[in-house]
Every structure is written in structure tokens, then in C-alpha cells.
Design a protein around this ligand. Structure first.
Ligand code: 16G
Length: 255
């Protein structure tokens, strides 16, 4: 997909999804995260983006300014904005859709995986609902203990539609890299984070005492066409991870 296609407003701009400049910022962020816009390459000009999206130049300028505030793009005097050289944050942030492997690499840590389950299964009712599967479809499941510098960090149980990931046993390292290689990288996700006490099994895998506090994160990720690509339940050691959410004041409260 090229940028002209990617920015077509009918593919992403929704009246009920908040301010238009924030929707555009998210779309441009997606282009950066999926590699459609490569590091250190120029963003299309304000005028080009306005004409591809049918948005006003004021809206486009606000979206680019917000990306610059995040450090995702760097304005260069007289020659527009460029995609930043590398991801600006090391924490897992609300505005960056990153994989475990990338999160850890950003911290200079080496990731290893211990497989707990990997294969094709009949979906549970929860998987049918979360992935929007037909009742007779099968589901690809990957359950893993993830370590960083040999320290257990998280248990991840991912479910994907079989037609998106037909051969789960072939995934060796990063799931997101495998999805990217297949041409179906997630571009957007919704996460629900819940505080839990770890049960005996998960505490044992994460090498902490039973009933220690942990974080349960349910992530549902989407393709550019809005289809669900992944439904993952992750259990993180609460002492090992920071989640950063970026918040914006509601428009109605702005003086
Ligand atoms: C992250 C995601 C998980 C995703 C995984 C892919 C959270 C809470 N979850 O851990 O949904 O499946 O990355 O990582 O961040 P990978 O590409 O290294 O396999």
C-alpha cells in the first residue's frame, strides 16, 4: 500500500472517533510504526496530506505538530518534517503499538521465548467473539513465557484467526515480525489493563511468590481494514514493566 492509498479518508476517518487532527496523527503514527514511512525520510508535505485526506491545512498542521511533540517526527527548517531516527520512547506507550521484542530491544535487553503452547485449536467462545470467527473456523494459539536478559517478564497467550496465521508452529521469535512478513502487521490496538494476584502456576513461571501482584493486559489488534488480527492475554510481572498513557484534555474543558 502507498501513502496516497493509506491516507484515503474513507479508510480511517470516522465522525465519532474524536478530533480530526488526532485521528490523522494516529494514522500517520500507524504509517511510521508499520514502516510505510521509514525513519529519516520526509513526511509528505502539509499540502499533499491535506489534498489526500480532504482535511484543512490547519488540521494537518496540528497533527504534524502533535507528532513532533511526541518526537515521532522532526521538523527541519524550510524542508518540512522528517520521521525520527528511532522510536522516541522506551516505555510501552499508549500511542506506540510495539511488540515485546521491540520494547525490550529499546531497553537494550535480549528477548528469549519458552513455548508453553503453539498450534491450531478449536476456538473457545471468547476467542470466537474477540476475533469475529465463524463457528467452524480454527484458531492459531501461541502461549509463551517471555524473558528479557534471562529474567521472566511476561506470559503471553495469543490467539489469531487461522487464515491470518496458518502455520503457528513456524513462528520462532517475534509474532509481529512474522505477521509483518506475511503482510498483515497490526496497525492499531485496544488494551485493557487489570490488576491481579498471580495464581500458583503463573507465579511459578514468572519466578515470584504465589499471589504476588501482577498486571493482566488484554490486547485486541487490528489490520488496516479493521479486521481483528490478534487477541492476546498477557500477564506481566508488575515490578518489571511501565505502561505510559498519553492523555489529552477534553475539548469542552479547554478555556
Ligand atoms: C506485546 C503485546 C502482545 C503481542 C506481543 C508481540 C502487550 C501488552 N502485548 O507483548 O499483544 O502479541 O507484544 O511480541 O504489550 P513479539 O512480536 O515479540 O512476539
Amino acid at each position: 500500500m502507498n501513502m496516497a492509498e493509506f491516507l484515503k479518508p474513507e479508510n480511517w476517518l470516522l465522525p465519532a472517533s474524536g478530533p480530526r487532527y488526532l485521528q490523522l496523527r494516529r494514522r500517520l503514527d500507524d504509517a511510521i510504526n508499520t514502516g510505510l514511512l521509514q525513519p529519516e525520510t520526509p513526511l509528505p508535505s502539509e499540502r499533499e496530506i491535506a489534498s489526500l485526506t480532504d482535511l484543512s491545512r490547519v488540521t494537518v498542521r496540528k497533527a504534524i505538530a502533535a507528532l513532533a511533540d511526541d518526537g515521532a517526527v522532526v521538523p527541519r527548517h524550510g524542508s518540512g518534517s522528517f520521521v525520527a531516527a528511532r522510536p522516541p520512547r522506551v516505555e510501552q506507550s499508549h500511542s506506540q503499538l510495539t511488540s515485546f521484542t521491540e520494547d525490550m530491544a529499546n531497553r537494550g535487553m535480549e528477548t528469549k521465548t519458552l513455548w508453553l503452547e503453539r498450534g491450531l485449536f478449536l476456538p473457545s467462545p471468547k476467542e470466537v467473539a474477540a476475533l469475529g470467527l465463524a463457528a467452524d473456523a480454527s484458531v492459531s494459539r501461541l502461549a509463551r513465557l517471555r524473558t528479557a536478559n534471562a529474567r521472566p517478564m511476561a506470559i503471553e497467550r495469543a490467539s489469531l484467526p487461522h487464515d491470518i496465521l496458518p502455520h503457528p508452529t513456524q513462528v520462532e521469535g517475534s509474532l509481529y515480525k512474522a505477521l509483518s512478513d506475511l503482510g498483515t502487521p497490526p496497525v492499531r490496538a485496544i488494551q485493557k489493563i487489570t490488576a491481579i494476584n498471580l495464581d500458583d502456576r503463573d507465579a511459578g513461571l514468572l519466578d515470584v511468590e504465589p499471589h504476588t501482584a501482577g498486571l493482566k493486559i488484554e490486547r485486541t489488534s487490528f489490520l488496516t481494514d479493521g479486521r481483528v488480527v490478534e487477541f492476546t492475554r498477557s500477564i506481566y510481572r508488575s515490578d518489571a514493566y511501565d505502561f505510559v498513557a498519553e492523555l489529552h484534555i477534553s475539548k469542552t474543558k479547554t478555556p
